[in-house]
Design a binder for this molecule. Sequence first.
Ligand SMILES: *Cc1c(COP(=O)(O)O)cnc(C)c1O
Length: 391
Amino acid sequence: MFRKTRLFTPGPTPLLPAGQFAMAAADLHHRTPEFRALFLKVLSQLKSFIGTQNDVIVLSSSGTGAMESAVTNLTSPGEKVLVLSAGKFGERWAGLAKAFGCDVTVLSKPYGETFPLDEVKAHLTPEVRVVFVQATESSTGVRHDVGGIARLLKGSETLLVVDAITGLGTTKLDVDGDGIDVIIGGSQKALMIPPGLAYLAVSERAWARMETSKQPRYYFDLRKERKNAVKGESAYTPAVALIAAMGAALDYLAQQGGGDVAKGRELLVNNAELCARCTREAAKALGLELFAASNGAAVTAIKAPAGISSTDIVKGFKKQFAGVLSDGQGEMKGQIFRIGHIGFLDYLDCVAILAGLEQVLDELKPGSVQFGAALAVAQKVFAEARKGESK
Ligand SMILES: *Cc1c(COP(=O)(O)O)cnc(C)c1O
């Protein structure tokens, strides 16, 4: 059998061919009019993709670099910050804020859960300078109520920083309406290009806060990047080829959206929602349990059935089909497996994953699967959604 290598992980995600071609052709110097024109266009399209009027910065780093920049640009050592944590990426916020000497309070919930707004509210004293949260916690599949949290902060001096690295392009967000001060994305997720770029939109309040922050910063000094971005440049040599790929990906979204990047992003979100819904219902039809109480559309986390390790499901999927699923992270390894819905995946990918999953489960535990059970349910969900569309 032929086996095509395919990523079904919540990042990196499958690559858009137009992005790959753009990378291969990107023989550009970053201090030239050609690059400046490209970068200015990308920055403007990113605003539409994020859905904000705020200035957008692109960093040549993985997503965590942008997370670190939010901590070093917006806090001072000893300052009180609140981290909302219910998974591996929430823990990353806590680790970052502690590494830079913040006085960190962590509102922590078990993996798979989210934060009741009244509990968040109870932690919001005027001393809290910044709240850090994920839009979607990729380690558990949970979508947090960013809008609800933002509304609790309205009228206060507290800044809200959202890691939407898997949230952007999978989640309906109202960045400016809700007053999200910093929202962070990464190239290897919904933008369908390789890892290596992070981007973030920053509110005027947050820009003002940077002037009083006492953390040391150099490469990730966002004020320096902002000054350069106005001219279509970045402070240091940027990952030029990835920026060209990002431009191609945003052009693709614009084209899908009839010339409008924001419409293209809406299609992308709806696409992820539909694949996530098909996957959730299909998992239940196989007698599997979902891990997250409120699953978002970025990734679906599914508990391994009794007697089977999720690690063996992931390995079996790779061995039989060369398809890459994600195991649980950290303590969740062996317990759950995760299927990504982010970016350049469609309904046919979705049913292929489900068919492969039936096959792998049957091989691990012969006779445990009624072939077609997951597919039938996914097809029903898809047919219903189509009816809704044509109305
Ligand atoms: C992928 C991801 C990140 C970024 O991780 P990097 O490896 O630094 O790119 C951060 N937060 C979430 C929620 C993610 O899914």
